[in-house]
Design a protein around this ligand. Structure first.
Ligand code: SF4
Ligand code: SF4
Length: 83
């Protein structure tokens, strides 16, 4: 499955512990990543600085669902389960 244009759910809901220049403490959960642009695209997608966890998170029906709301609901549930 392909990533849905304009979604960005997996760049908002999960926390990221990897530090980047603009995220010296990583990214808290339920917070849009500072590297997202206004169209929900990753501004450092092809950069070495992009956290490896981002590259390992592949689009899947289980996570992405049928729409952005389903993706957000799934990721919130996952975040709660992994706290
Ligand atoms: S949840 Fe899925 S569709 Fe949404 S941004 Fe992430 S990979 Fe793309
Ligand atoms: S670095 Fe890019 S892929 Fe990773 S969470 Fe931020 S915007 Fe998303």
């Amino acid at each position: 499955m392909e990533c849905r244009i304009g979604c960005g759910a997996c760049c908002i809901i999960p926390s990221i512990s990897t530090k980047t220049k603009l995220l010296p403490n990583g990214k808290p959960s339920h917070t849009p990543c500072i590297h997202l642009d206004d169209k929900m695209r990753c501004l450092i997608f092809d950069h070495a600085e992009r956290p490896s966890v981002c590259g390992s998170l592949k689009p899947s029906f289980e996570m992405c669902g049928n729409n952005r709301d389903e993706a957000i609901s799934y990721l919130i549930m996952l975040d709660e389960l992994t706290k």
